[in-house]
Design a protein around this ligand. Sequence first.
Ligand code: FES
Length: 153
Amino acid sequence: MSAESLSREVAALYDNNSANIIAMLQEIQSRNKNRYLPRPELEALAACLEIPVSKVYRIATFFKAFNLEPKGEHMVSLCVGTACHVRGAAKILTALEGELGIVDGGTTSDLKFSIETVNCVGACALGPVAVIDEEYFGELEGDKLPEILNRFR
Ligand code: FES
């Protein structure tokens, strides 16, 4: 679907009412394979809502939930909360960064993986824990990472 038709479709879902712009941006981002808001989408949305592109950008950059750069197809969320930290999350992060060749917050050049650190995923007893997409991996050790990541490659 082209940017223009996706934005038009999403805007129409909300009666082209710019009061709903945050929900529209969420919808557009969630439908994007790489979970971000490409520039053509923002321009097309502004045109549909008859508002300046700068206003759409202001909103898209204000909220941390919106991404202006493409994210990896698979998000690796590594917990660095207290329970995971005391069980060696920092070492896992180093191993993960080495395995993927990117740092925390980064995305691989093939757009397969992104890494983010998070502060508790509610599975403290299993620390250190990573969540890849929706799947939990507990009691992580650095040497288990290649096998785990290969499942998503
Ligand atoms: S601190 Fe890591 S899951 Fe709770």
